[in-house]
Write a protein that binds this ligand. Structure first.
Ligand SMILES: Cc1ncc(COP(=O)(O)O)c(C=O)c1O
Length: 370
């Protein structure tokens, strides 16, 4: 049992380079400070239809968009409930994709995994082989776009093209920590469901999850007896169609922040954000290779979270503390006990740019004596 640690009023501001939450623009934070209004008022319809339609425009998709109060994990669970009767093929290559398998098991589904060592990427040809050679019919194949625990960017576009050859199998992508900072053409690659949390590359305060749903996935859920109530595609999308609102009370202040930030994202564009994130990733990878090494399999490095192999054996925890103390910047250790000191992670997502990433790598160099 934790003891109460009284929250104070005097925490220093730290610049966040962790794999989310990330930095949020000041005026986006300020947008939350409005007198409250009711979630059934016309004003709410203005707000919700604005954020939903702006998100579709930003992502360049004709599919439906749900913005729901919760975090990305909500859609890890509800997409399984909505689409899987029995069998699901979960590709795993790190902690979050393993969590997806665990979630599906807990929901009573029969889970087959296509497993890769941490640091390796999922290969489209293996997915094809698994689908072709198995006697099992899979309702869903899942893949994580950006395995935040290992810094691997999976080739979800090619995997989507493979799954598209199996019309009764739906493709579900966990794009938490990637979407908004790494371009993906959702419709072109037949991605039925793709979801994210807004505190990652959307650079918003946490509290909302975004899910993009194909017509096929919506139709498929209509046949299901076990669809999620809260995260049901039908309930959320039908409510949107009828009223332009959410089925239950949303985190209105976070939606106000969303509206403001999505305007900035539209102004910049999906493609330009992708380019900015690519530059940051390339810079970080080059820096990492000069001083350490990259952890992910070469060619599959994430565009938003670099996982760096601690080849010099620096004390990762100590370095993080010193950088935080001396520079008010926070980056992350490796994920879990296995990677905690063996790797460290830099989140270069959202509002960061080359200059701010260079400021962090300079600070690490200084503190670690590189
Ligand atoms: C790839 C991935 N999936 C899922 C999650 C869980 O997201 P949330 O904490 O918003 O539910 C995370 C969180 O870091 C993640 O990186």
């Amino acid at each position: 049992m934790p003891t109460k640690r009284e929250y104070r009023d005097d925490y220093p501001d730290k610049t966040l380079y962790i794999p989310g939450p990330t930095e949020v623009r000041e005026d986006v934070i300020e947008a939350m400070c409005e007198p409250m209004f009711g979630h059934r008022m016309d004003r709410m319809t203005d707000l919700y239809t604005t954020i939903v339609e702006d998100t579709k425009t930003f992502l360049g998709t004709d599919n439906d968009v749900i913005v729901l109060t919760g975090s990305g994990t909500e859609f890890m669970e509800s997409s399984i409930l909505n689409l899987v009767d029995e069998n699901v093929l979960v590709t795993t290559c790190g902690s979050f994709s393993e969590r997806q398998a665990n979630v599906a098991e807990r929901l009573g589904k029969t889970v087959d995994t296509l497993e890769y060592e941490w640091g390796q990427a999922v290969k489209p040809e293996d997915v094809r082989e698994a689908l072709e050679e198995s006697d099992t019919h899979y309702d869903v194949v899942t893949c994580v776009m950006n395995e935040s625990s290992t810094g691997v960017r999976n080739p979800i576009e090619e995997i989507g093209d493979v799954v598209a050859d199996y019309p009764d199998t739906y493709f579900v992508v966990d794009a938490v920590s990637a979407l908004g900072g790494d371009y993906v053409d959702i419709d072109e690659h037949d991605i039925d469901v793709i979801f994210t949390s807004v505190q990652k590359a959307f650079a918003m305060p946490p509290g909302l999850a975004v899910c993009v749903v194909s017509d096929d996935a919506y139709e498929r859920e209509l046949e299901s007896d076990s669809a999620s109530w809260y995260g049901g595609f039908q309930r959320t999308l039908d409510y949107y169609d009828r009223k332009g609102q959410t089925h239950s009370t949303p985190a209105i202040p976070v939606m106000l922040a969303y509206r403001k930030q999505m305007k900035y994202m539209l102004e910049e564009s999906h493609e330009a954000r992708d380019e900015r994130h690519r530059e940051m990733a390339e810079y970080t990878q080059e820096w990492a290779r000069e001083h350490f090494d990259m952890f992910p399999e070469e060619g599959y490095e994430s565009q938003t979270v670099s996982c760096i192999e601690n080849t010099r054996g620096i004390d990762v925890a100590e370095t993080i503390d010193a950088v935080s103390e001396e520079y008010d910047m926070v980056f992350s250790n490796g994920y879990g006990s296995a990677l905690g000191e063996k790797t460290f992670r830099i989140g270069h997502m959202g509002e960061h740019d080359l200059e701010s990433i260079e400021a962090l790598t300079d600070a690490i160099e200084d503190v670690a004596g590189l």
